[in-house]
Design a protein around this ligand. Structure first.
Ligand SMILES: *Cc1c(COP(=O)(O)O)cnc(C)c1O
Length: 369
């Protein structure tokens, strides 16, 4: 029995006909760029996120970049985020013209440590981007408090956290804006590239809607210099179909995580993911802290169990960001975790027997090493 890291086909099979019919409608109406299918999805996704507005764009990276632009973050500004994220968070800051400033994470949740946040604030700081990593929201109350105290914007990087909650509030609904990716492997995945920004700020929403369509609100009447960030009609229609299943899929992920916790909770040398009382984790990733990670991963692969590493190099130590001047030791918690985290197979359709096999092989490895 093979246990893939991710199985997109298993998710496609049961919704094949719904998808075909949605795709066909787009083809028949030729609404390919933006248009009614994107607008319908935006309405549904905003409601899903407990927000007034959703703006569909081309990717999650673009969503973060556009939110920064619309909030007026640019050259000379600093934006605080975490070093253990997908590089896109930092890239969006850089391409808005601002400078990423990192702050270390909490060792239990792997998210921004609110206690360290304040010491990263300078007179140049304009915004904070907490990342809801692996499907669990950052500790938002103290982050918002620090932001309000210093007059900073908060943009939630919710690219891995569709439907995650913090004290009953959904990812994307707490900051000034929340950014989502619909990359195929994300909890809500398009059949290509797509992303969205959600917000409760009417003015910001209007600005972003214009910006993503060449600064026009009426065809060929451009009131600002914008860009083309429109979402594809096909992706809008497909995401609209898949969104209806998302709460069920999140529950399935949570159930799978519960089974991993139950089967591996007694292994001393492994730390399983923690869920603080404020969080509803949607397990985009099921991350475990392990010893001898590379050997364990290779042994599991031999048994046809495929894992991932998120992420092997923290952003401040990548070659791309060497110019920021950080070193090994700058963010000890993030660095330590980067060397030990192993992402076990996780997707909604993962079967009970597959999870049992993973737990069994992990235990076999530990008892023989
Ligand atoms: C996937 C991801 C992004 C980028 O989204 P794309 O749609 O791939 O551009 C940004 N931040 C995080 C944390 C992500 O996981």
């Amino acid at each position: 029995m093979k246990v893939p890291f991710l199985d997109l086909k298993a998710q496609y099979e049961p919704i094949k006909e719904e998808i075909a019919s949605a795709v066909n409608q787009v083809l028949e109406t030729t609404a390919f760029a933006g248009g009614p299918f994107v607008a319908d999805f935006e309405k549904d996704f905003a409601a899903f996120c407990q927000c007034q507005h959703a703006i569909g764009v081309g990717s999650g990276t673009e969503a973060i970049w556009m939110a920064l632009n619309a909030l007026g973050v640019g050259p000379g500004d600093e934006v605080i985020t975490v070093p253990n994220t997908f590089i896109a968070t930092a890239e969006a800051i850089s391409f808005a013209g601002a400078t990423p400033v990192f702050t270390d994470i909490d060792k239990n949740t792997f998210n921004m440590n609110p206690e360290l946040l304040e010491s990263a604030v300078t007179p140049e700081t304009k915004a904070i981007i907490p990342v809801h990593l692996f499907g669990q929201m950052a500790d938002m109350d103290p982050i918002m408090e620090t932001a309000r105290k210093h007059g900073l914007f908060v943009i939630e990087d919710a690219c891995q956290a569709h439907g995650a909650e913090y004290r009953g509030r959904r990812a994307g609904s707490i900051g000034d804006a929340g950014c989502f990716s619909f990359y195929p492997g994300k909890n809500l995945g398009a059949y290509g590239e797509a992303g969205a920004i959600v917000t409760n700020n009417d003015e910001l929403a209007d600005k972003m809607k214009m910006f993503r369509d060449h600064g026009q609100n009426k065809k060929y009447h451009h009131s600002m210099i914008g860009w083309n960030c429109r979402m594809d009609g096909l992706q809008g229609a497909i995401l609209g179909v898949k969104l209806k299943h998302l709460d069920k899929w999140s529950d399935m992920r949570r159930k799978n995580a519960g089974l991993y916790n139950e089967l591996m909770g007694d292994i001393d040398s492994i730390t399983l993911p923690q869920q603080p009382e404020y969080a509803r984790h949607v397990y985009h990733i099921y991350p475990a802290l392990v010893q001898n990670r590379e050997t364990l991963m290779a042994c599991l692969a031999e048994k046809e169990i495929f894992c991932g590493i998120h992420y092997p190099v923290p952003v401040h130590l990548t070659e791309a960001y060497r110019s920021l001047g950080y070193n090994k030791g700058s963010f000890p918690v993030a660095e330590n975790i980067a060397g030990q985290l192993l992402s076990l197979p996780m997707f909604p359709e993962l079967e009970h027997e597959q999870i049992e096999k993973v737990a069994k092989e992990v235990k076999a490895f530990i008892s023989s090493n």
